[in-house]
Ligand binder design. Structure first.
Ligand SMILES: C[S@@+](CC[C@H](N)C(=O)[O-])C[C@H]1O[C@@H](n2cnc3c(N)ncnc32)[C@H](O)[C@@H]1O
Length: 255
């Protein structure tokens, strides 16, 4: 059963895009110049992509989930923002140089991948594959900004229940677990929705991998990318035990 399918309208309705929206504001403020072309990977329902488009950038949003992209597309239409939406797997970016006509090599000033989306890559080679695609698409000097949940965050998932959203008509609940040996975290998201006289429920199980800092640096480095900064989501320097790290990486200029 695919994820971010049935959950897509729930994710959007409970405001999960707010995190990426806030982070995008920090990213835009920190750049030396506004991006002209930006790519948001794992764009979900479009939070970051729309914020980037509203700042004046020409934006492409990529996600694997058609259900998430449908909501993003409708949002863009409502706001009159001309974002290009592409259904693709971020582990296979730019393998065909003209894929979809919009993912051209070295064409983006900024690539983002927000709200622990890279944690969703759980295979041992997945992060390196995504970074290689990013490196192909980023222009020299371009920025790649992404955030990751760390093992410190996942320790709190070892055996936990979390109410994500609670209103008179909707309850979203997360059953969390973490296998520290395999570095795999699991969230069983269950939602209950009231429609007039009756409630219905559905659920999805999401898996995330804890990528260590050394693995991140190696995956970026193998693609020719370098780390410029590690920050908290509030844009302060990240401490060693940060539960979430926002990485700013860049493609060096050619000499
Ligand atoms: C936590 S959501 C974040 C969405 C969006 N970035 C935001 O901040 O609202 C994770 C997103 O990653 C997408 N995703 C997971 N694995 C993917 C992959 N291999 N390729 C493309 N998208 C992927 C999911 O479909 C989902 O939309």
């Amino acid at each position: 059963m695919s994820i971010y399918n049935a959950y897509a309208p729930i994710y959007d309705a409970i405001g999960q895009g707010a995190f990426a929206e806030g982070l995008t504001a920090h990213i835009l403020r920190s750049l030396p110049a506004p991006p002209r072309r930006a790519l948001d990977l794992a764009c979900g329902t479009g939070a970051a992509a729309l914020a980037l488009a509203a700042s004046g950038a020409r934006v492409v949003g990529v996600d694997r989930s058609q259900a998430m992209l449908r909501i993003a597309r409708a949002r863009a239409r409502d706001r009159g923002l001309p974002v290009r939406w592409v259904a693709a797997d971020m582990r296979r970016l730019g393998q065909r140089p003209t894929a979809h006509g919009v993912l051209r090599p070295e064409s983006f000033d900024l690539i983002t991948c927000l709200y622990d989306s890279l944690n969703y890559l759980t295979g041992p080679d997945d992060l390196a594959a995504a970074c290689a695609g990013v490196a192909r698409l980023l222009r020299p000097g371009g920025r790649f900004v992404f955030d990751l949940n760390t093992a410190h965050e996942f320790k709190g998932w070892e055996d936990a229940d979390q109410v994500v959203f609670d209103s008179p008509d909707m309850l979203v609940y997360n059953r969390l677990s973490y296998d520290a040996e395999r570095k795999i975290a699991r969230g069983r998201i269950v939602w209950f929705v009231r429609e007039t006289e009756r409630w219905w429920r559905d659920e999805e199980t999401h898996m995330e991998r804890a990528w260590g800092d050394g693995e991140v640096v190696a995956a970026l480095g193998a693609a020719g990318l370098r780390v410029a900064a590690r920050r908290t989501p509030a844009w302060a320097p990240a401490p060693a035990d940060a539960p979430r790290v926002v990485y700013e990486a860049y493609a060096p200029h050619r000499v």
